[in-house]
Write a protein that binds this ligand. Sequence first.
Ligand SMILES: *Cc1c(COP(=O)(O)O)cnc(C)c1O
Length: 376
Amino acid sequence: MDNAATTHLSDAAYRVYIDALHNCNGNASSAHSDGFAAFCALSDARERISSMLSCHPEQIIFTSGGSDSDNLAIMSCAAYGEKCGKRHIVASSIEHHAVLEPLRYLESNGFSVSYVVPREDGIVDVNDVISSIREDTAFITVMYANNEIGTIQPIDEIAAECKKRGILFFTDAVQAVGHIEISLDSVNIDMMSMSAHKFHGPKGTGVLYVKDRNLLSPIIRGGMQEQGARAGTENVPAIVAMAAALEDSLKDRDTKNAAVLHMRERLIDGLLQIKGAQLNGSRALRLEGNVNVSIENVGAEQLVLLLDSYGIAVSSGSACTARFPAPSHVLTSIGVDNVLASSSIRLTIDEYNTPDEIEAVIETVKDAVYKIRSVR
Ligand SMILES: *Cc1c(COP(=O)(O)O)cnc(C)c1O
């Protein structure tokens, strides 16, 4: 029940991964046939991923994952802004830390950032984005779907506003890719990040889509891999497995989403039967698999541990910060108070879960909440 933190490797990705680990060991930059085989595997993966996203192969930059892509995008957009004398950025206040921390770094280096707080339902209002734009705004960054509360943002509209004004638009789509179909030929996104391990691919590999490669400023310099955009020998087995995982994820997506949605609605209804429970974020405009609830008078850390002892994996806040308990910046942004924020758990399901599991989880959470409350 923690698929937003990571997902297991799909069978399709596993087979391709193992096969490539055995049979595709060349360095894609080498001139000999071993290297050429790796180069071909890489090109094939690039081609397939671009066709699934409706973009061109040369717009796909392979990276080490979501954090890498986010950093490359933010630093590139900032460098571009700097060249034009623009040092202002508009960002949502509920971005992932892999976006927020590079922004903080830029703030300590002469940039200023306007953080747009979403409405109480966890959706960023396009008008609030527009009213934050200044003469010197270099770029806007709003994530596609939030990793904690699953809310899906009005990306198409924000992208269109950016285009009108000649402002770059970057979106962290790590939670969206593989779950929502994205056609990059019909929306004005300048850069978009994704990560394989969020859609049943291997960890440590991802993509930055970039509409115009001239916008890129490398943060890892060295060899000419990825045409100089990101140095370092490509992890070919992981990359080909990522392509297989994405194909597998997008196959019959509508049917899978319908099944996941059905389970999610049942899960929400079941959990809201608990006294003092509330759902965080819009119920309608959220990822099919995301449930985030606050349960009064129940410490999230305690609940997570108790559920783990019953064999159920859920998250309090987001996994990246779970070891450093502080109220989630996402929950406090949408007006959840600190106490309730520390009483919040996230359950993220996908097509590998079953309706029986959902029923068992509802009963177990109820039982765990009862136990925790009765010993207070
Ligand atoms: C997981 C995640 C990331 C980080 O991706 P990694 O591949 O783990 O570095 C970035 N943004 C969002 C929204 C995420 O969910």
